[in-house]
Design a protein around this ligand. Sequence first.
Ligand SMILES: [Zn+2]
Length: 323
Amino acid sequence: MLLGRAFETAGRTTLSPWLCGGFSGMALAASRVGRLIGLELDAELDAVDAVLPIVLRTPRGYELLTGVCGIGLYLVERLPRPYTTHLLARVTQYLRESSERSRVGRFWPAGDGARRNHYRLGMAHGAAGVVAFLATFIHVGRRDAAAVELLDEAVRGLLAHRSSSVADPSCFPDIVQPGRYGRGNRLTWCWGDLGIALALAAAGRATANAEWTGVAVVVAEEAASFRPNVKLACLCHGTAGIAHQFRRMFDLTARDAFREAALYWYERTLDLCDQGTDVAVPARTVGTSLVLSGAIGVGLALLAAVSAHEPMWDFMLLGDVSP
Ligand SMILES: [Zn+2]
Protein backbone atom coordinates (compact mmCIF):
# COMPACT_ATOMS: atom_id res chain seq x y z
CA MET A 1 0.00 0.00 0.00
CA LEU A 2 2.78 2.44 0.91
CA LEU A 3 4.62 1.55 -2.32
CA GLY A 4 1.44 2.17 -4.33
CA ARG A 5 1.07 5.57 -2.65
CA ALA A 6 4.70 6.38 -3.45
CA PHE A 7 4.18 5.65 -7.16
CA GLU A 8 0.92 7.66 -7.17
CA THR A 9 2.71 10.63 -5.61
CA ALA A 10 5.63 10.30 -8.03
CA GLY A 11 3.16 10.34 -10.93
CA ARG A 12 1.85 13.75 -9.78
CA THR A 13 5.32 15.19 -9.12
CA THR A 14 8.11 16.41 -11.38
CA LEU A 15 11.01 14.18 -10.46
CA SER A 16 14.50 14.07 -11.91
CA PRO A 17 15.55 10.77 -13.51
CA TRP A 18 18.52 10.27 -11.16
CA LEU A 19 19.38 7.68 -8.55
CA CYS A 20 19.55 10.30 -5.77
CA GLY A 21 16.24 12.10 -5.29
CA GLY A 22 14.89 10.93 -8.66
CA PHE A 23 12.64 8.25 -10.11
CA SER A 24 15.44 5.78 -10.93
CA GLY A 25 16.36 5.61 -7.25
CA MET A 26 12.74 5.26 -6.20
CA ALA A 27 12.13 2.51 -8.76
CA LEU A 28 15.28 0.65 -7.72
CA ALA A 29 14.27 0.74 -4.06
CA ALA A 30 10.73 -0.39 -4.95
CA SER A 31 12.06 -3.26 -7.06
CA ARG A 32 14.22 -4.48 -4.16
CA VAL A 33 11.31 -4.25 -1.68
CA GLY A 34 9.01 -6.00 -4.18
CA ARG A 35 11.47 -8.86 -4.54
CA LEU A 36 11.84 -9.12 -0.77
CA ILE A 37 8.13 -9.39 0.00
CA GLY A 38 6.96 -10.99 -3.26
CA LEU A 39 5.07 -7.95 -4.54
CA GLU A 40 4.32 -7.67 -8.28
CA LEU A 41 5.35 -4.19 -9.49
CA ASP A 42 5.86 -4.82 -13.21
CA ALA A 43 3.26 -2.27 -14.38
CA GLU A 44 4.76 0.51 -12.25
CA LEU A 45 8.37 -0.29 -13.14
CA ASP A 46 7.57 -0.76 -16.85
CA ALA A 47 6.19 2.82 -16.81
CA VAL A 48 9.53 4.04 -15.43
CA ASP A 49 11.48 2.00 -17.99
CA ALA A 50 9.46 3.54 -20.84
CA VAL A 51 10.88 7.00 -20.03
CA LEU A 52 14.54 5.99 -19.88
CA PRO A 53 15.23 5.87 -23.66
CA ILE A 54 14.25 9.57 -23.77
CA VAL A 55 16.50 10.42 -20.80
CA LEU A 56 19.42 8.53 -22.31
CA ARG A 57 19.06 10.25 -25.69
CA THR A 58 20.68 13.42 -24.31
CA PRO A 59 22.06 12.53 -20.88
CA ARG A 60 23.81 15.03 -18.63
CA GLY A 61 26.63 13.86 -16.45
CA TYR A 62 28.30 10.53 -15.87
CA GLU A 63 28.22 10.28 -12.09
CA LEU A 64 26.41 7.85 -9.83
CA LEU A 65 24.10 10.07 -7.79
CA THR A 66 22.93 12.51 -10.47
CA GLY A 67 24.11 10.99 -13.73
CA VAL A 68 24.14 8.09 -16.11
CA CYS A 69 25.83 5.57 -13.79
CA GLY A 70 22.85 5.72 -11.41
CA ILE A 71 20.37 5.11 -14.24
CA GLY A 72 22.61 2.27 -15.43
CA LEU A 73 22.48 0.72 -11.97
CA TYR A 74 18.66 0.71 -12.10
CA LEU A 75 18.84 -0.92 -15.55
CA VAL A 76 21.11 -3.65 -14.15
CA GLU A 77 18.36 -4.31 -11.60
CA ARG A 78 15.93 -4.74 -14.54
CA LEU A 79 18.06 -7.31 -16.39
CA PRO A 80 17.37 -9.55 -18.30
CA ARG A 81 14.44 -7.71 -19.91
CA PRO A 82 15.28 -7.44 -23.63
CA TYR A 83 15.37 -3.63 -23.84
CA THR A 84 17.84 -3.35 -20.96
CA THR A 85 20.69 -4.63 -23.15
CA HIS A 86 20.19 -1.80 -25.64
CA LEU A 87 19.84 0.85 -22.92
CA LEU A 88 22.90 -0.38 -21.02
CA ALA A 89 24.85 -0.22 -24.28
CA ARG A 90 23.78 3.44 -24.51
CA VAL A 91 25.01 4.01 -20.93
CA THR A 92 28.47 2.57 -21.68
CA GLN A 93 28.58 4.51 -24.96
CA TYR A 94 27.88 7.75 -23.06
CA LEU A 95 30.53 6.90 -20.46
CA ARG A 96 33.02 6.50 -23.29
CA GLU A 97 31.93 9.73 -25.03
CA SER A 98 32.05 11.83 -21.86
CA SER A 99 35.58 10.71 -20.91
CA GLU A 100 39.16 11.39 -21.88
CA ARG A 101 41.69 8.66 -22.56
CA SER A 102 45.44 8.78 -22.10
CA ARG A 103 48.13 6.10 -22.06
CA VAL A 104 47.62 5.59 -18.31
CA GLY A 105 43.86 5.15 -18.38
CA ARG A 106 40.48 6.80 -18.79
CA PHE A 107 39.29 9.90 -16.90
CA TRP A 108 35.99 11.70 -16.49
CA PRO A 109 36.34 15.50 -16.39
CA ALA A 110 33.83 17.36 -14.23
CA GLY A 111 32.34 20.85 -14.56
CA ASP A 112 31.10 22.84 -17.55
CA GLY A 113 32.80 24.84 -20.27
CA ALA A 114 36.06 26.48 -19.20
CA ARG A 115 35.57 25.05 -15.70
CA ARG A 116 35.71 21.51 -17.12
CA ASN A 117 39.26 21.17 -15.90
CA HIS A 118 39.13 18.90 -12.88
CA TYR A 119 38.56 15.25 -12.06
CA ARG A 120 36.64 13.82 -9.14
CA LEU A 121 37.64 10.40 -7.84
CA GLY A 122 35.04 9.42 -5.22
CA MET A 123 32.08 7.07 -5.38
CA ALA A 124 29.21 9.57 -5.33
CA HIS A 125 30.44 12.05 -7.93
CA GLY A 126 33.59 10.63 -9.48
CA ALA A 127 35.57 7.87 -11.13
CA ALA A 128 35.00 5.31 -8.35
CA GLY A 129 31.25 5.46 -9.09
CA VAL A 130 31.96 4.62 -12.74
CA VAL A 131 34.25 1.75 -11.72
CA ALA A 132 31.73 0.32 -9.24
CA PHE A 133 28.82 0.64 -11.68
CA LEU A 134 30.70 -1.11 -14.52
CA ALA A 135 31.87 -3.83 -12.12
CA THR A 136 28.31 -4.41 -10.92
CA PHE A 137 27.02 -4.55 -14.51
CA ILE A 138 29.64 -7.18 -15.38
CA HIS A 139 29.11 -9.16 -12.15
CA VAL A 140 25.31 -9.17 -12.13
CA GLY A 141 24.65 -9.05 -15.84
CA ARG A 142 26.99 -10.60 -18.29
CA ARG A 143 30.55 -10.15 -19.47
CA ASP A 144 29.71 -7.27 -21.78
CA ALA A 145 32.90 -6.73 -23.83
CA ALA A 146 32.52 -2.92 -24.02
CA ALA A 147 31.96 -2.70 -20.25
CA VAL A 148 34.97 -4.93 -19.51
CA GLU A 149 37.27 -2.78 -21.67
CA LEU A 150 35.92 0.44 -20.17
CA LEU A 151 36.31 -0.94 -16.63
CA ASP A 152 39.95 -1.80 -17.25
CA GLU A 153 40.68 1.74 -18.49
CA ALA A 154 38.67 3.34 -15.66
CA VAL A 155 40.48 1.36 -12.96
CA ARG A 156 43.87 2.22 -14.45
CA GLY A 157 42.86 5.89 -14.55
CA LEU A 158 41.77 5.76 -10.91
CA LEU A 159 44.93 3.97 -9.76
CA ALA A 160 47.07 6.54 -11.60
CA HIS A 161 45.98 9.04 -8.93
CA ARG A 162 46.91 6.86 -5.95
CA SER A 163 49.14 8.79 -3.59
CA SER A 164 52.70 7.60 -3.12
CA SER A 165 53.43 9.85 -0.13
CA VAL A 166 52.86 8.74 3.46
CA ALA A 167 52.41 12.44 4.32
CA ASP A 168 49.13 12.61 2.37
CA PRO A 169 46.00 12.45 4.54
CA SER A 170 44.42 9.79 2.29
CA CYS A 171 45.39 7.17 -0.31
CA PHE A 172 43.44 9.04 -3.01
CA PRO A 173 42.66 12.76 -3.39
CA ASP A 174 39.01 13.73 -3.74
CA ILE A 175 39.67 16.16 -6.62
CA VAL A 176 42.54 16.49 -9.09
CA GLN A 177 42.97 19.71 -11.05
CA PRO A 178 45.85 21.87 -12.30
CA GLY A 179 47.60 23.40 -9.31
CA ARG A 180 45.52 21.56 -6.78
CA TYR A 181 45.72 18.06 -5.39
CA GLY A 182 42.70 17.44 -3.16
CA ARG A 183 43.30 16.19 0.36
CA GLY A 184 40.74 13.42 0.26
CA ASN A 185 39.35 11.61 3.26
CA ARG A 186 40.10 8.10 4.45
CA LEU A 187 36.66 7.22 5.73
CA THR A 188 33.81 8.55 3.60
CA TRP A 189 31.72 6.65 1.04
CA CYS A 190 30.97 9.73 -1.09
CA TRP A 191 34.38 11.33 -1.67
CA GLY A 192 36.91 9.24 0.21
CA ASP A 193 39.12 6.17 0.34
CA LEU A 194 36.50 3.76 1.71
CA GLY A 195 34.17 4.31 -1.25
CA ILE A 196 37.13 3.95 -3.62
CA ALA A 197 38.19 0.72 -1.86
CA LEU A 198 34.70 -0.72 -2.33
CA ALA A 199 34.77 0.23 -6.04
CA LEU A 200 38.15 -1.47 -6.52
CA ALA A 201 36.94 -4.54 -4.61
CA ALA A 202 33.87 -4.72 -6.87
CA ALA A 203 36.12 -4.44 -9.94
CA GLY A 204 38.41 -7.18 -8.65
CA ARG A 205 35.44 -9.47 -7.96
CA ALA A 206 33.79 -8.85 -11.35
CA THR A 207 36.90 -9.67 -13.34
CA ALA A 208 38.69 -12.07 -10.96
CA ASN A 209 41.56 -9.56 -10.82
CA ALA A 210 43.46 -10.30 -7.61
CA GLU A 211 45.69 -7.23 -8.01
CA TRP A 212 42.73 -4.82 -7.89
CA THR A 213 41.25 -6.66 -4.91
CA GLY A 214 44.65 -6.46 -3.22
CA VAL A 215 44.79 -2.67 -3.65
CA ALA A 216 41.24 -2.40 -2.27
CA VAL A 217 42.26 -4.35 0.85
CA VAL A 218 45.39 -2.22 1.42
CA VAL A 219 43.43 1.04 1.05
CA ALA A 220 40.68 -0.17 3.40
CA GLU A 221 43.26 -1.48 5.92
CA GLU A 222 44.89 1.95 6.07
CA ALA A 223 41.45 3.44 6.73
CA ALA A 224 40.70 0.81 9.41
CA SER A 225 43.42 2.13 11.71
CA PHE A 226 42.22 5.72 11.38
CA ARG A 227 39.88 6.73 14.22
CA PRO A 228 39.00 10.46 13.95
CA ASN A 229 36.14 12.14 15.79
CA VAL A 230 33.30 11.79 13.22
CA LYS A 231 30.35 13.89 14.32
CA LEU A 232 27.57 12.58 12.03
CA ALA A 233 26.01 9.11 11.85
CA CYS A 234 24.79 9.08 8.22
CA LEU A 235 25.60 6.48 5.57
CA CYS A 236 27.18 8.94 3.16
CA HIS A 237 30.00 10.30 5.33
CA GLY A 238 29.12 9.34 8.88
CA THR A 239 29.77 6.57 11.39
CA ALA A 240 27.01 4.18 10.25
CA GLY A 241 28.28 4.29 6.66
CA ILE A 242 31.87 3.73 7.80
CA ALA A 243 30.80 0.75 9.94
CA HIS A 244 28.77 -0.79 7.10
CA GLN A 245 31.60 -0.45 4.59
CA PHE A 246 34.06 -2.17 6.93
CA ARG A 247 31.44 -4.89 7.46
CA ARG A 248 31.31 -5.40 3.67
CA MET A 249 35.10 -5.58 3.48
CA PHE A 250 34.95 -8.19 6.25
CA ASP A 251 32.32 -10.13 4.24
CA LEU A 252 34.78 -10.16 1.33
CA THR A 253 38.03 -10.92 3.15
CA ALA A 254 37.17 -12.25 6.66
CA ARG A 255 40.02 -10.08 8.01
CA ASP A 256 39.88 -9.26 11.72
CA ALA A 257 40.98 -5.67 11.11
CA PHE A 258 37.75 -4.98 9.21
CA ARG A 259 35.57 -6.72 11.81
CA GLU A 260 37.16 -4.68 14.62
CA ALA A 261 36.82 -1.44 12.66
CA ALA A 262 33.16 -2.18 11.89
CA LEU A 263 32.41 -2.85 15.57
CA TYR A 264 34.21 0.34 16.63
CA TRP A 265 32.17 2.46 14.21
CA TYR A 266 28.86 0.75 15.10
CA GLU A 267 29.58 1.69 18.73
CA ARG A 268 30.32 5.29 17.75
CA THR A 269 27.00 5.32 15.85
CA LEU A 270 25.14 4.19 18.97
CA ASP A 271 27.00 6.85 21.01
CA LEU A 272 25.79 9.53 18.58
CA CYS A 273 22.23 8.18 18.61
CA ASP A 274 22.31 8.26 22.45
CA GLN A 275 23.01 12.00 22.22
CA GLY A 276 19.75 12.47 20.29
CA THR A 277 18.55 12.25 16.72
CA ASP A 278 19.41 15.90 16.10
CA VAL A 279 23.05 15.16 16.90
CA ALA A 280 23.33 11.94 14.89
CA VAL A 281 21.39 13.20 11.88
CA PRO A 282 20.89 17.00 11.93
CA ALA A 283 17.53 18.10 10.57
CA ARG A 284 19.15 20.25 7.86
CA THR A 285 20.52 17.12 6.16
CA VAL A 286 17.51 14.82 6.56
CA GLY A 287 15.47 16.43 3.81
CA THR A 288 18.19 16.07 1.20
CA SER A 289 18.20 12.31 1.10
CA LEU A 290 16.61 10.03 3.64
CA VAL A 291 18.82 7.05 2.89
CA LEU A 292 22.19 8.70 2.31
CA SER A 293 22.05 11.56 4.79
CA GLY A 294 19.14 10.71 7.02
CA ALA A 295 17.98 8.49 9.84
CA ILE A 296 16.66 5.75 7.54
CA GLY A 297 20.18 5.00 6.32
CA VAL A 298 21.48 4.83 9.89
CA GLY A 299 18.66 2.41 10.75
CA LEU A 300 19.41 0.22 7.72
CA ALA A 301 23.10 -0.04 8.67
CA LEU A 302 22.28 -0.94 12.29
CA LEU A 303 19.68 -3.52 11.21
CA ALA A 304 22.21 -5.08 8.84
CA ALA A 305 24.67 -5.35 11.74
CA VAL A 306 22.36 -7.56 13.81
CA SER A 307 20.48 -9.43 11.07
CA ALA A 308 21.36 -12.76 9.46
CA HIS A 309 19.76 -11.54 6.20
CA GLU A 310 21.84 -10.17 3.35
CA PRO A 311 21.41 -6.35 3.23
CA MET A 312 19.90 -6.02 -0.25
CA TRP A 313 19.62 -2.24 0.03
CA ASP A 314 23.32 -1.44 -0.33
CA PHE A 315 23.18 -2.48 -3.99
CA MET A 316 21.89 1.10 -4.40
CA LEU A 317 25.17 2.44 -2.99
CA LEU A 318 27.30 -0.06 -4.94
CA GLY A 319 28.43 -1.32 -1.56
CA ASP A 320 27.77 -5.04 -1.92
CA VAL A 321 31.16 -6.67 -2.53
CA SER A 322 30.39 -9.97 -0.80
CA PRO A 323 31.89 -13.03 -2.57
ZN1 LIG B 1 28.83 12.31 1.85
